[in-house]
Design a protein around this ligand. Structure first.
Ligand code: ZN
Length: 183
């Protein structure tokens, strides 16, 4: 059902021009291997969630950064600094745009991220699209896919994820339920 929502990506995209779905790329760094061989490091923000949080992701390796070492979300300057350092110090080969996961794997990325937000307390985690910031390069799906994947989890794992009306009255808020208390 999920798959009908998405057109497959046309083949052979240039990583120097590629924008992960759901993001706005603001800067690109080519690593020190040089213009042909070097992998691209992206600095991007969310296209929809109008926050001023940025992330850095390398298209040649698994480097992803959406928080600094104090676990605070990144400004553009901070994300660009991390991207620049990564491009200068690591020498991943340009492998083009990372492989796109199938819908089942993409939905699993969404679920894993939500699971990582589950708390041991009593209050639920209020999900924001920004929670998926560092997954965008691997996920390669738009916001609608993420929402549909979450609706599916609400249906199949209601003790894990719940949906309630948005405060505004239109739309939905998703709440990751805390881990059940130990008996
Ligand atoms: Zn890298």
């Amino acid at each position: 059902m999920l798959s009908s929502l998405f057109a497959r990506r046309p083949d052979a995209q240039d990583p120097a021009l590629w924008t992960p779905p759901g993001t706005t790329v603001v800067q690109r760094y080519r690593n020190s291997l040089g213009p042909l061989e070097g992998a691209i490091v992206l600095v991007y923000t969310a296209a929809s969630d109008r926050s001023s949080y940025y992330a850095a992701a390398c298209l040649g390796c698994t480097y992803r950064a959406a928080c600094n070492d104090r676990r605070v979300r990144l400004t553009e300057t901070e994300a660009a600094e991390l991207a620049n350092v990564h491009a200068a110090s690591f020498r991943a080969i340009n492998r083009g745009v990372p492989a796109i996961p199938d819908d089942t794997s993409a939905a699993q990325i969404v679920r894993s991220r939500l699971w990582s937000k589950r708390t041991y307390g009593t209050s639920p985690h209020h999900v924001h699209l920004i929670d998926f910031h560092e997954d965008r390069v691997d996920l390669q799906r738009d916001d609608d896919f993420i929402k549909q994947a979450m609706f599916e989890l609400v249906r199949t794992e209601g003790d894990f994820l719940q949906a309630v009306p948005a405060y505004s009255g239109t739309g939905t808020r998703f709440l990751v339920q805390p881990h059940p208390p130990r008996k």
